[in-house]
Ligand binder design. Sequence first.
Ligand code: PHE
Length: 360
Amino acid sequence: MKTTTNLTDPMDLAESLEALRTAALARIEGAPEMSALAEIEADTVGRESPIGEARRGLGRMPAEDRRDAGRLINSVAGEIEGAIAARREELAALERAAAIAAEGIDVTVDYVAPRVGRLHLIQQVIDEVCDIFIGLGYHIAEGPEAELAWYNFDALNTPPDHPGRLESDTMYLDYGDPADEMLLRAHTSPVQARYMEQHDPPVYIVAPGKTYRNDTVDATHLPVFYQIEGLAVDESITFSDLKGTLAEFARQFFGPTTRIRLRPHFFPFTEPSAELDVSCFNCDGGESTCRVCRGVGWLEMLGCGMVDPRVFEAVGYDPSAVTGFAFGMGVERLAMVRHGIDSIRHFIDNDVRFLEQFPG
Ligand code: PHE
């Protein structure tokens, strides 16, 4: 076996080119990526490769051998270069396929639309009622949910011995010492007192907000619910203004043919006091089988009355200079009546199948 290869010898050249060819084709076939191919190319057909060397050796070859040797070199080099080009395409295709798989966009998968939220029905009703009163010239006022007993009761002519002040009716945060009794407000009426304390008449406000009572949950009661308070104070407000204002509100909220009636009632902070009923918008008072009013023809809606002079005194107004009316309505009640909702629990169940029925 020869230990040196003489590339200018045609026999040696043919033998070593064949060895190079076999080895190169095997390496090309097994090349795992583009960079490996570049390396093989330099090793086999590049300037410093055996092929390059063989080409340079041609000049030193006997003239009669040169032509065949040149053809042989070119044919081996061409075969290797062709194999490299083919493998390059193969690898490029594999890389593309891998990239597509990695991006993972499957256009046949169903498009799932994002769920868009909406205002809760209670908030919708609050907004609607406030808008109606803003249209009548009222402003929006607010007060704290953690309230002093003085505003929730005393300023509203509800003395310490009133049964409504018992621990069993009211959610107290601080109970016992009359000077700093604090509670979760039982109605939005304390906003009346707070507002009048801070503002001179005339006053035209509505005050929406959360209210709290020591009630057990049933179909018509929640311990946390919403009210909207109304207060109008001016130089010569009469009961007719109260009636006309609430009739206009009822028509805008329940429909233009709605009628109202006022039934005598009692509240400590209004005198006289009344409860307001609206004619049933479903049967207009005509059907004994109506599912909304159950044949009564009227729907109980809210409490109202003329502001008691004692309330004016408590907030520093002169009862001989001004008169006024006030009203308070339950927001859940308004929503239930208008939409025929059978249980107040639906408002806090967070069941989207219920909530989605009121897109607003
Ligand atoms: N605050 C009373 C209640 O919660 C409602 C009301 C408000 C009555 C204003 C008269 C005047 O029942």
